[in-house]
Design a protein around this ligand. Structure first.
Ligand SMILES: NC(=O)c1ccc[n+]([C@@H]2O[C@H](COP(=O)([O-])OP(=O)(O)OC[C@H]3O[C@@H](n4cnc5c(N)ncnc54)[C@H](O)[C@@H]3O)[C@@H](O)[C@H]2O)c1
Length: 310
């Protein structure tokens, strides 16, 4: 049977690496990545995959014209970096998405999935949020994702492309050594026996989802016939405070007597956030299977193994 071809931008990053491993048996993959956030590849992919090592903002020539779908993950994903350098963030995320949509138009790609965000787009509002909540970003990163969604909506209806924006919550799992989120930072601090840092009082909350559940949701979206522009939240629907997360991490890693330092809360980071996933359950039968404890155990295993060779 001939395999369908799928493009994955950002396919060498954290989520991309997990997704490529999941999809490469069933599909022929074209990966576009400039290796800007993650300088090394985590693992060997199938030789049948085609890698285009290029910035999505540059002119890209695809090796064939028969593309079934495109999954757009490439982005600069740090809220704090986006505050320090908003134009770099705009270029990668908003302009980058625009350029990717242009590729879809030029190559007649009719199915597109883009990675958006459930927390940063919403800003500070009372959780839980869902697809009907009014986005109000408080960081350039949130704004870049919201404007990217707007272009997706416009391209879906102007050019007859089925585009789904999947708003991810906070994702954890293997291949996230290079990331700047709390779970990576805390696991690295524990490995280095250094204090854990909390920005604020530790009562701020997030919605954590295991990468395997996320990739299942992306695969289900890929297989489902969706028309026009859709927004779906891929989240756990559960709220966890930083204080509670640290308790879980200490228990799972068997850590005793490691200091926790509190620093001033940082601008741009939302206070409380978690998202309902009712629409995703209805539309694509999204069903996360991993509890946060199980996800932390799996992720910690990977960090310990990886640290030996890092
Ligand atoms: N990880 C999370 O918790 C999370 C949460 C919400 C949304 N997202 C979104 O999911 C997507 C993937 O996130 P991730 O955690 O895997 O990030 P990541 O940084 O690990 O991966 C992004 C990849 O995109 C590549 N890239 C960045 N800019 C590029 C450009 N201009 N041209 C070509 N390649 C480029 C990087 O080299 C990297 O390999 C991003 O769009 C991110 O905003 C992630």
């Amino acid at each position: 049977m001939i395999k369908k071809t799928i493009i994955i931008t950002g396919g060498l990053g954290f989520i991309g690496t997990n997704l490529v491993k999941k999809l490469e048996k069933k599909y022929k993959l074209i990966i576009i990545d400039n290796l800007c956030t993650n300088k090394k590849k985590y693992c060997q992919f199938s030789k049948n995959n085609f890698l285009i090592k290029k910035d999505i903002n540059k002119k890209i020539k695809l090796p064939n014209r028969d593309i079934y779908a495109l999954i757009h993950l490439a982005a600069k994903g740090s809220v704090i970096d986006s505050i320090q350098n908003p134009s770099e963030n705009f270029l990668a995320n908003t302009m980058g998405t625009f350029k990717v949509l242009e590729i879809c138009k030029d190559y007649n790609i009719k199915k597109v999935i883009i990675a958006s965000t459930g927390g940063a787009i919403m800003g500070n509002q009372n959780p839980p949020v869902d697809e009907n909540s009014l986005p109000k970003p408080i960081s350039p990163y949130g704004a870049s994702k919201l404007s990217a969604e707007a272009y997706c909506s416009a391209y879906a209806y102007s050019y007859g492309i089925s585009i789904t924006a999947l708003r991810f919550s906070n994702i954890l799992g293997p291949y996230s050594w290079h990331k700047k989120g709390v779970i990576t930072k805390y696991f690295k601090s524990i490995l280095d026996k250094k204090p854990l840092v909390i920005y604020g009082d530790g009562d701020s909350t997030r919605d954590y989802l295991y990468v395997e559940d996320l990739c299942d949701g992306i695969l289900k979206t890929l297989k489902k016939k969706l028309v026009g522009f859709e927004v779906l939240h891929l989240s756990s629907g559960k709220e966890t405070s930083i204080n509670n997360l640290i308790k879980k991490i200490f228990k799972i890693t068997n850590t005793l007597n490691l200091k926790v330092i509190k620093k001033k809360a940082r601008n741009g980071e939302v206070n409380r956030n978690f998202s309902l996933n009712i629409k995703a359950r209805k539309k694509i039968n999204f069903k996360p299977r991993y509890s946060l404890d199980k996800a932390l155990i799996e992720t910690w295993k990977w960090f310990k193994d990886f640290s030996i060779n890092a």
